[in-house]
Structure formats: structure tokens, C-alpha cells
Design a protein around this ligand. Structure first.
Ligand SMILES: [Zn+2]
Length: 269
């Protein structure tokens, strides 16, 4: 599932490839992915607009158009945005662009969502998003402040988008491993030193994820349709039964809030 680093990688790709291009036509192959407005209006309002900029908030991508509208994409489980010289076979929506190439919106499992809105920041779920973990305002002090009010287990809390935006199952596990903190620890019981460490490892794993252009553990590909490379560097995610990279103890896997969670029983306390 694409998390902050994957969506950020796609955003940077689209800035390079699609910024300034005009939408000549819109092909809707499965209207189910369009949440608003109605497909007919969606098509009408998109046609003729030019891509001005690409913004990100958490795992959400907002594409600014010359018409004043924003095309907002939430990729969820299997959504992909691929700029290509060809129409993708599995595409649900295809934008035909000036210059002759296409922006394909694929979504195998049909959980992804497209919206065309004039003020994307007013969308309810955008207003409810927690702080951006890579922004200056997200200091260790701020992290401590929001953590100490929570009794929830730290790992599902990190994945709660209203608590912090952009972190999912993969980067939550990696950040906790690097910080040496068990995923089951109650948030308000973390010591000051642990909070500082976790704040730093959250930023570290997200930045590394972006540097290696995302993790292709599922069907994630970047804006040009290529896999990322961060999954080759994962220390704990998906490594159940394998030796810990630090101490060689077997990595354990538990179910936490419905999500598989790996950790080292010796390094993480
Ligand atoms: Zn270990």
C-alpha cells in the first residue's frame, strides 16, 4: 500500500513529466473510482485544463489545474498513477495529454478514489489529518505533546492518519525497529529518550523511503511505472522467522489491530 514516500515519489515524477501538460480527453473505463462529481461532469471539467502543480498531504496527492480545480487521488491499496506513451490495459481512468502521452489511473482492487474539487483542503478527511512528519513544525517536542495524551498502542497509533499523516504498516514497523521500541507499548508510557529516538527514526525511514523511490512490496510503481528500491533495505517488515539484522534473534510476527506486525523480541523493548 503506498505510504508517504511512495506518494511523494509519484508526485516528484509527475512534476517532472506532467506539469504544464493539457488534458485533451478523458476516458472513464470504470466510473466506480470517481467519488465526485458525477462522471459526466468530471470529464467535462477536466477537459482542456492544464496541470499547474502537484501537492501532497499525507498519502494524498492533489493535482492543481489551470481551471482552479484540484484532481485529488487517494491510491489506497492498489492505486497507481503512471505517465506513459501507451494506454495501460488495467487503467480505470485515462487522461490523454498534450504531447501525445497518457496519465493512466490504475486500480486493481477498486478501493482507490479520485475527486475533482475546487477546494481540496476543505475535504473532511483532509481537515482531520494529523501533522506532516517531515515538516519543520513536527518537532520532537510536538510529537511528545501529542503522544502523551494517547493510551493506544504505539504502532496502530502511528498508522492513524488523524494522529500523524502518511505513515502506514511498513514504515511504522521500520521506525519502531530502528528506535528499539516494541509495537505494543502504550504511547503514553514511552520515556522522553524513546520519544526523541522514535521521532528521529520516523523521519529517517520516511526520508530513506523517498531517497530509494519507495518500497515495491506489493504493486507499487512510481510515476513512470517502475518499482522502487527501498524494499531491498527493509530491516523488519516482512522478515518473520529471519534473523534480526542487529542481533540474529528470529524476527517475530504478531497481529496488531488487524495488521501483521514484525519485530525483534530482543532489540525492541
Ligand atoms: Zn534484534
Amino acid at each position: 500500500m503506498p505510504e508517504l514516500p511512495e506518494v511523494e515519489t509519484i508526485r516528484r515524477d509527475l512534476i517532472r513529466d506532467v506539469k504544464g501538460k493539457r488534458i485533451k480527453d478523458v476516458e472513464i473505463l470504470n466510473p466506480k473510482v470517481i467519488k465526485e462529481p458525477k462522471p459526466v461532469e468530471f470529464k467535462k471539467r477536466l477537459k482542456g485544463a492544464t496541470f499547474k502543480d502537484f501537492l501532497r498531504r499525507g498519502k494524498l496527492l492533489a493535482m492543481e489545474l489551470s481551471s482552479g480545480d484540484y484532481l485529488v487521488a487517494h491510491l489506497r491499496m492498489t492505486g497507481q498513477l503512471i505517465y506513459s506513451a501507451k494506454k495501460e490495459e488495467k487503467a480505470r481512468v485515462i487522461l490523454c495529454l498534450s504531447g501525445g502521452n497518457y496519465l493512466n489511473f490504475n486500480d486493481q482492487r477498486l478501493f482507490a478514489e479520485l475527486r475533482l474539487v475546487c477546494d481540496w483542503q476543505k475535504l473532511k478527511f483532509v481537515q482531520e489529518l494529523g501533522p506532516e512528519p517531515l515538516e519543520k513544525e513536527f518537532t520532537a517536542q510536538k510529537f511528545k505533546q501529542i503522544l502523551t495524551a494517547k493510551k493506544a498502542k504505539i504502532k496502530p497509533l502511528l498508522m492513524d492518519q488523524t494522529f500523524i499523516a502518511g505513515i502506514g504498516n511498513l514504515y511504522a514497523q521500520e521506525a519502531l525497529f530502528s528506535a528499539g521500541i516494541l509495537p505494543t507499548r502504550p504511547a503514553n508510557k514511552l520515556k522522553d529518550k524513546e520519544i526523541k529516538k522514535l521521532h528521529a527514526t520516523i523521519q529517517k525511514v520516511l526520508r530513506e523511503g523517498i531517497r530509494y523511490r519507495g518500497s515495491s512490496v506489493d504493486n507499487y510503481v512510481n510515476g513512470r511505472g517502475n518499482p522502487g528500491a527501498y524494499h531491498l533495505r527493509l530491516k523488519v517488515y516482512g522478515r518473520e522467522g529471519k534473523p534480526c539484522v542487529k542481533c540474529k534473534t528470529k524476527i517475530k510476527k504478531i497481529n496488531l489491530g488487524g495488521r501483521g506486525t514484525c519485530f525483534c523480541p530482543k532489540c525492541q523493548k
